[in-house]
Design a protein around this ligand. Structure first.
Ligand SMILES: Nc1nc2c(c(=O)[nH]1)N[C@H]1C(S)=C(S)[C@@H](COP(=O)(O)O)O[C@H]1N2
Ligand SMILES: [Mo]
Length: 327
């Protein structure tokens, strides 16, 4: 979280946003980018430009993307669209924050591949009438599934637009039947330092934990993502279950969720505990409030390198501003 890379400029044609299954292994794809003969090594090294030779390239990233087995792809809900093009899938899949594996955004996709996501159980507990421990596959069968295109704005000032697959968090809340005492939700990620080497870094309070108020968690926009780009989530995006709260900075969108607790009191959160002056509990996107170490007025689109203005609540003010109105 501490550093922003400034050198991730690349410019790709619009057609790069084609779903990966359509173009992977298609002859002429690299040629169409003018990179044939130079190959994927140059492509990755060139666009991520971190000074280290990227050992593997486009094809390797594409191999981390799961097949679109049923129920994927899901019907897209037309209520949730963005006014910007989708981010190219392979760029999103090769540029991640997932400190359980590494703090190096360019390397998460590689280091996450040994992580085992089957079987995967989620515990739902606390102030609920129906506490439940359920396998992710069974949970999916109970939830109304759909695809939503959401903007994502990291507190480090990079952004993307991706089609998440999954279900509204409010549907999971209905399933759990919270008691009248439940005022907050707390989410907890897995703890498996044997498979996630970043968790050996003892200065982080593993496992990752996050929270929302009940009003935020019950809002239409709060989404539990199980897939992206029409297939199950790649491991680097937080498989098999992650949160997507698009009006908040990206660190609220906790990945690899194993537990959801309903609480009376506001829970602590991972980044707020680490650096309370820099990362708040609410973490609502606000271009007028700079991070203590950088401006939040603009953001860098990860695939095009374009700088665009950051919008209040990341462009979702019409939907969520009422949540924060006083009185
Ligand atoms: N468990 C866990 N969840 C996490 C993180 C993390 O390090 N661990 N990073 C967060 C941050 S800072 C961002 S910006 C998003 C990145 O999601 P993406 O890699 O799918 O783009 O995941 C969030 N969820
Ligand atoms: Mo982030």
């Amino acid at each position: 979280m501490a550093y922003i890379k400034k050198n991730n400029r690349l410019s790709l044609p619009e057609r790069f946003a084609t779903p990966v299954s359509v173009y992977v292994n298609r002859r002429g794809f690299l040629k169409s980018l003018g990179l044939a003969g130079i190959g994927s090594w140059f492509w990755l090294n060139g666009c991520f430009g971190n000074g280290e030779p990227a050992a593997q390239g486009l094809n390797s990233v594409s191999q981390t993307i799961p097949a679109a087995i049923p129920p994927y792809p899901l019907a897209r809900n037309p209520l949730y669209t963005a006014d910007r093009p989708l981010t190219s899938e392979l760029v999103a899949a090769a540029y991640n924050n997932y400190y359980e594996f590494t703090t190096d955004k360019d390397q998460v996709w590689k280091l996450a591949q040994g992580f085992e996501i089957t079987p995967w159980k989620i515990e739902i507990s606390g102030e609920v009438h129906k506490p439940l421990t359920i396998d992710i596959d069974d949970l999916l069968k109970k939830m109304p599934l759909e695809e939503r295109v959401y903007r994502h704005r990291c507190v480090e000032a990079w952004s993307m637009v991706v089609p998440w697959s999954g279900f509204a968090l409010r549907d999971l809340i209905k399933l759990a039947e919270p008691t009248s005492a439940a005022r907050y939700l707390r989410f907890v990620s897995f703890y498996r330092p044997g498979q996630a080497k970043g968790q050996k870094a003892a200065w982080y309070p593993w496992p990752y934990y996050e929270g929302l108020s009940m009003a935020e968690a019950s809002h239409d926009l709060a989404f539990m993502a199980t897939g992206v780009y029409g297939h199950p989530l790649p491991k680097q995006h937080g498989a098999p279950l992650r949160l997507a709260t698009p009006w908040k900075y990206g660190f609220k969108s906790i990945k690899g969720i194993v537990k959801i607790e309903f609480l009376r009191e506001r829970p602590k959160t991972f980044w707020n505990d680490l650096a309370p002056a820099e990362y708040s509990f609410s973490a609502n996107v606000n271009p007028a409030v700079p991070h203590p170490r950088w401006s939040q007025a603009t953001e860098r689109v990860i695939d095009t390198g374009e700088r665009i203005p950051t919008r209040m609540f990341n462009g979702y003010a019409d939907q969520v501003a009422e949540l924060y109105r006083k009185g």
